[in-house]
Ligand binder design. Structure first.
Ligand SMILES: Nc1ncnc2c1ncn2[C@@H]1O[C@H](COP(=O)(O)OP(=O)(O)OP(=O)(O)O)[C@@H](O)[C@H]1O
Length: 251
């Protein structure tokens, strides 16, 4: 494999006696959609929290594009292209959908919210925001206040807010959670359309979505990776079947 975009090396994180991340090594190749699956409590979110910088590892390293970012502050990671989506807290509920995306686009340039008035009038930011909303099927909602959106629409708004940051690696923690089948299928299509353009690390419990999207899958159990491979390899892997997939075979 060429140099990976993301390399997690011997990462470890404990909560008391519980090893939530246990000597984990993982590589995400440039351009791939890499899914992370595993039973409840396997440590998926704990890993993403360490990649986004919200949680400090006890040991090990996180290398992004060859740079050691293990201790880099949260807010500096998006500037390198490492972006986490689906953080409801990042939405301003009283601002419109378009304004939220425009603000996110503006944050790329490093300006603060003191400049919000100009943002409303900034044609370039509004165009970029409008395109991102169209990409996630939310153009019709542009002028609605964010608080009026359904849960699924908020998640699509967050995806648009992440996309305008021009991520190189997008961390997606259960992007389809709380969505009905149609909306979920739509988001799968959106993510599939981004393949090759945006590298993704995807945590998702919807196995149909995972097997439809992923180029490679890593299976976490008790904080360790028990297997990494293509969907076909993972489907056939006896240890995976025993540990995780059980009777519920993906289509
Ligand atoms: N802040 C914390 N303090 C103590 N224990 C924690 C903390 N965060 C997570 N854990 C524990 O670490 C383990 C891994 O949790 P994590 O949320 O990362 O798993 P997960 O694979 O994302 O699970 P799920 O699929 O249910 O979301 C669990 O046993 C959880 O209870």
């Amino acid at each position: 494999m060429a140099d990976p975009l993301l390399r997690v090396e011997a990462l470890a994180k404990s909560f008391g006696a519980l090893k939530a991340t246990d000597d984990l090594t993982l590589e995400v190749a440039d351009g791939e959609i890499h899914a992370l699956i595993g039973p409840n409590g396997a440590g998926k979110t704990t890993l993403v929290n360490q990649l986004s910088g919200e949680l400090k590892p006890d040991h090990g390293r996180v290398l992004f594009d060859g740079h050691d970012i293990t201790t880099l502050p949260v807010h500096e990671r998006p500037h390198l292209g490492l972006v986490r989506s689906f953080q409801i807290t990042s939405i301003f509920p009283d601002f419109t959908v378009l304004e939220n995306v425009a603000l996110s686009a503006q944050s790329r340039t490093g300006h603060s919210f003191h400049f919000f008035a100009p943002v409303r009038r900034d044609r370039v930011l509004n165009r970029i925001a409008g395109e991102a909303l169209a990409a996630v099927g939310m153009k019709a909602e542009a002028d609605r206040p964010a608080h009026a959106l359904s849960h699924g629409q908020q998640r699509r708004l967050e995806l648009a807010m992440a996309l305008v940051l021009k991520p190189r690696l997008l961390l997606l923690d259960e992007p389809m959670a709380g969505m009905g089948p149609d909306e979920s299928a739509f988001v799968v299509d959106v993510l599939r359309g981004l393949r090759g353009e945006v590298t993704m690390l995807l945590i998702e419990h919807d196995m149909d979505a995972v097997f439809a999207l992923a180029d490679r899958i890593t299976v976490l159990v008790y904080g360790s990776a028990i297997a990494t491979g293509t969907p076909a390899e993972i489907r056939e892997n006896p240890a995976v079947r025993e540990a995780y997939l059980g009777e519920e075979e993906p289509a």
